[in-house]
Design a protein around this ligand. Sequence first.
Ligand SMILES: Cc1cc2nc3c(=O)[nH]c(=O)nc-3n(C[C@H](O)[C@H](O)[C@H](O)COP(=O)(O)OP(=O)(O)OC[C@H]3O[C@@H](n4cnc5c(N)ncnc54)[C@H](O)[C@@H]3O)c2cc1C
Length: 473
Amino acid sequence: MSLRLGLAWASRGTCVALLAQRGTPASVVGLKGARLASSSTCPDHHYDLVISGGGLVGFAMACSLGHSQRLSDRKILLLEGAPNKPWQLPELFSNRVCALNARTRTFFRKLGVWEHIEHLRAQPVRRMQVWESCSEAMITFDGQEQDDSTIAHIVENDVTLHSIKRQIPEHVEVEYEAKVESYQIPKDTASKVVLTLADGRTISTDLLIGADGAKSLVRRSMGVQYLGWEYDQMGIVATLQLSEAVDNTVAWQRFLPTGPVALLPLSDDHSSLVWSTTREQATQLLGLPDEDFTEALNRAIWDDSEADSGVKSIHEAWLRVLETVVPGESAEIRQLPPSIAQVLPGTRGGFPLGLGHAVHYVSPRVALIGDAAHRVHPLAGQGVNLGFGDVAALTRCLENSVLLGAQLGDEQALYQYEKERQKYNVATMASIDGLYRLYNSASPPLVLLRSLGLSAVNAMSPLKRQIILHAES
Ligand SMILES: Cc1cc2nc3c(=O)[nH]c(=O)nc-3n(C[C@H](O)[C@H](O)[C@H](O)COP(=O)(O)OP(=O)(O)OC[C@H]3O[C@@H](n4cnc5c(N)ncnc54)[C@H](O)[C@@H]3O)c2cc1C
C-alpha cells in the first residue's frame, strides 16, 4: 500500500501522498519516488537560504547571514546531521584545535564571537619557529608588528563552535539530526533547489550553501569536477603536558623526512600536538603505550642524527655571507622547544590527510564553502581559516546582489564569490602543497637548497612580513 502511494505521488506530481506518509517508514519509499519527481512538486517547506552542514564553517555562515542587515528579512535554515550535544567547558583540553589567524579574529569580533572565545579559552601565539631535522636552517616569525603582538590564537574547535552558536540570532533556524539524503540541483535559476531529508521531508530553497565537509554530497550533486589526492600521511593529534611551566606562546614546527611535527601552545604547561607522518608510522605510533609515544615524540623534536655534516658546513658559510648582505638580520635567534613530560591518556587520535579542490564553487542557486570546496594539509594551519574567509566573502557577495536587485542564487552574482575566493584559496593551497613536497625528502642536494633558501628568507624581514600578511588575509 505504502509503496503504491509513494509511486503514485511520484508519477502524478502531487504532494498529497507524501504528506500523508510523512514520519512513517513508508515515507522513505515515497521519498525515493520523490527523487524521480521534478522540483515542480510541492516541497513541505521553503527557505530563502539553506545551509547544509553544521561544522565550524556552516555555523559561521549561519551566524554571518543572521547578522547581516541587508538579509534580515530572509528565512534561513541550517541543517546538521549530527545530534546537538550539550556542552560545557571541560577542565581537560580537547585534542581538536585550530590556529585562528588575525583575519578570522577580526571577522569574529564583528560577529561578537571573539569575546566568547576569549572568555572561554584561547592561547595567543606570539612567535613561530620552524626548523628541520636534516639541517640547521630555521625561520622565525614574530607577532611584534600585529596590533596585539599575536600571530594567531590556538583555540579548541569545541570552544570556537560553541562561541559561534551563542551568537546566532534567533530568526535563524537550526535543525540537528537532520541528515540530507539527496539534493535536486536545477540547471538554471528558473527552478529552486529541493532537498530531501532522511526522515522524508522535502525543503526547497532559493540558495543552497554546501558546508558539508570534504566528502560533500552537495558538491557531488552539483556534478562539479573535484581535483584531489590523499597524501600517504595521517595527522596524529594529542594533548601534551610539558615538563615545566613556561611562557608558552611559541608555536613550534619541525620538518622531518616523514612529515612535520607541530607543538601548539594551549596554556603555560600544555600544548596540542599535530604530528603528520606516514600512515605506517602513524599506525605504529598510535599503538604505542603512552610512555613510549612520549619518548618517540621527544626524539622527533630533539634528535639531530639526521643532520648532514656537508650541508651543515655549507649552510654555516651561507649564514656568514648573508650577514654581510643584510647585517644583523641573518643572526638566527634559536629558542629551544619545550620537552614533553607526557601525552595525556586517551587524547591521541589520527586523521587521514589529503588535498582537494572543487573546480567550481558555484552553480545556479548553489555555493560551496569550507572543506566542501577545498581541503588542505594542516601544516600551515590554514584549513578552517580559508573556510571563514569564504563565509565573509559569500556574505558580502549576497549583500551586494540583494542591493543590486538580483535574486538570491543568481549565478552571475555567485560567480563573483567564486572568483574572489578561488584566487586566494588556490594560491594558498599551492604554497602549502609546495612546502609539503619540498620538505618530504632527505636527499642532501635538496636539503642544502631549501636550507639556503629558508635562511635567506629568514634574513629578509619585509619578505617574512609578506608571508605573515598572506597567511592572515
Ligand atoms: C589534524 C588536523 C589539524 C588541523 N588544524 C587546523 C588548524 O590549525 N587551522 C586551521 O585553519 N585548520 C585546521 N584543520 C582543518 C579544519 O579542521 C577544517 O578545515 C575544518 O574543520 C572544516 O570545517 P567544515 O565546517 O568546512 O567541515 P566539517 O568540519 O567536515 O563539517 C561538515 C559538517 O557537515 C555535516 N554534514 C555532512 N553531510 C551532511 C548531510 N548530508 N546532512 C547534514 N549534515 C551533514 C557533518 O555532520 C559536519 O558537522 C585541521 C585539520 C586536521 C585534520
